[in-house]
Design a binder for this molecule. Structure first.
Ligand SMILES: O=C(O)Cc1cc(O)ccc1O
Ligand SMILES: [Fe+2]
Length: 455
């Protein structure tokens, strides 16, 4: 396969040069950055007066008293405090955005394995706010447990419109065309196969760069995404901290009537303001948005036999209070070599406590060579059986096992300990594949009490 033709693929050298100035490298660091020299106070957070007549404001992503490892906050030095960026909040139509447990009221929760074709990016006027379509919700945002999986369709840049989500953090997976996030902390661009994390409460707007875009969005109601422990793998591989990029400070000093949309308690509100809220001239701290290129993930896998659990491909995890039982694991299935000997190489047939929402950014997913297409999605809910389709099973059971490179592919999974409830919208979509389960219909009975495989 010619990799240059795969949507979203860029050669490693090109990717290197994409690490432009404008980002700081590292995961969970305490960063400091100023768009005007001297805007950051030195050695203290809140002096009596700040340079340039700025206001100081703290944004906390954790309780003040959270243990050191999970304590997150930043200090923002801004033209106006955010309280000046709010007026009276009016409830507005939340469109197709749903939040757990509200979706339970309208949930269809069809029991079964589900798969959807890509939602078309129509000619409708859709921004980040109006283009967000909730597919599943899990848990309860009020108690800060669970998640939602959304598809995002964007056909128009937000202009004097801004947004923040009080209900959770967003993990955005670009799939078709690029997105520019102008945030309080600076600017983040993501192209297909890159992700962007916007922490709870951070104000931003989204612009298009190269045309109408499709993305997948995981909304995390729980504790923030972090890097998984690598255990015996050691200090390197999987997602390496230096490949995470946080923007340098950038501000707008713009006095124009603007709308700030707020998702709070599952509802959408709007408040009218007289200026851009992206007016942070400098900031420091460890609570900030960041991006990551999934092609920087260094996979570790079986080098002799058997198929390990997909947790080896965890990019980010949002832990729950129970060890090893994630509120969400964000897992990818990237380009890699498949070398295991005497092994059924695709995913095994399985039933899982965790529920699995999957998407495909580009290429082919080995367990489902047909029907699971880029931009599409599938849902294998708690304890519902799934595994390779008939053609994948027959092929993997009979093919000569040479080393094979699984090229030009990038699938991902939002996996949660909670059942995912399908929204009425998603259950009624014409893109829902009625015949999905037929992909297993022709799995044959091979049982023969006299048949033994050679050792
Ligand atoms: O169901 C899936 O396709 C995802 C998956 C992949 C894998 O390699 C092992 C388990 C698993 O759930
Ligand atoms: Fe699975």
């Amino acid at each position: 396969m010619n990799l240059q033709n795969v949507s979203g693929f860029r050669a490693p050298e090109e990717r290197r040069s994409a690490i432009v100035t404008g980002y700081m490298s590292g995961f969970g660091n305490s960063f400091e950055t100023e768009a005007l020299e001297g805007a950051l106070p030195i050695g203290r957070n809140s002096p009596q007066k700040l340079n340039y007549g700025l206001y100081a404001e703290q944004l906390s992503g954790s309780p003040f008293t959270a243990p050191q490892a999970t304590n997150q906050r930043s200090w923002l030095y801004r033209i106006r405090p955010t309280v000046k960026h709010s007026g009276r909040y009016a409830k507005v139509d939340k469109g197709l955005i749903r939040t757990a447990p509200a979706a339970r009221d309208e949930s269809e929760l069809p029991i079964g394995q589900m798969r959807w074709d890509p939602l078309p990016i129509s000619g409708e006027d859709l921004t980040f706010v109006t283009g967000l379509r909730t597919i599943t919700t899990a848990g309860d945002s009020d108690t800060q447990v669970g998640m939602a999986a959304h598809v995002l369709l964007v056909t128009r840049s937000m202009e004097n419109e801004y947004f923040f989500n009080a209900d959770g953090e967003y993990l955005v997976v670009a799939q078709e065309n690029a997105l520019r996030f102008r945030t309080e902390f600076g600017v983040i661009d993501i192209a297909p196969a890159e992700i962007c994390i916007i922490p709870r409460g951070v104000i931003f707007k989204v612009e298009l760069i190269d045309g109408p875009a499709r993305a997948y969005v995981c909304e995390n109601y729980g504790g923030a995404f972090t890097l998984p422990d690598r255990g015996p793998i050691g200090a390197n591989c999987l997602a390496n901290p230096r490949d995470f990029l946080t923007p340098v400070a950038a501000y707008e000093d713009k006095e124009e009537p603007s709308s700030l949309f707020v998702k709070w308690g599952g509802e959408l509100y709007r408040t009218e303001i007289a200026q851009s809220p992206l007016d942070v001239v400098a900031w420091h701290g460890n609570y900030a948005p960041y991006k990551y290129d999934l092609r920087h993930f260094s996979p570790v896998n079986a080098v002799l036999f058997d198929h390990p659990d997909p947790s080896i491909f965890t990019v980010l995890t949002a832990p729950s209070e129970t060890p090893g039982t994630a509120n969400i694991d964000f897992v990818i299935f990237p380009e890699r070599w498949s070398v295991a000997e005497n092994t059924f190489r695709p995913p095994w047939y399985h039933r899982n406590l965790m529920s699995e929402f999957m998407g495909l950014i580009y290429g082919v997913y080995d367990a489902k060579p047909e029907g699971f297409v880029p931009g599409g999605m599938s849902l294998h809910n708690q304890m519902l059986p799934h595994g390779p389709d008939t053609s994948a099973f027959e092929h993997a059971s009979n093919v000569e096992l040479k080393p094979v490179k699984m090229e030009g592919t990038m699938a991902f999974m939002f996996e949660t300990r909670f059942p995912q409830r399908v929204t009425k919208y998603a259950a009624g979509l014409p893109q829902l594949q009625e015949s999905y389960i037929d992909c297993w219909r022709d799995l044959k009975k091979h049982f023969d009490p006299n048949r033994r495989e050679p050792k």
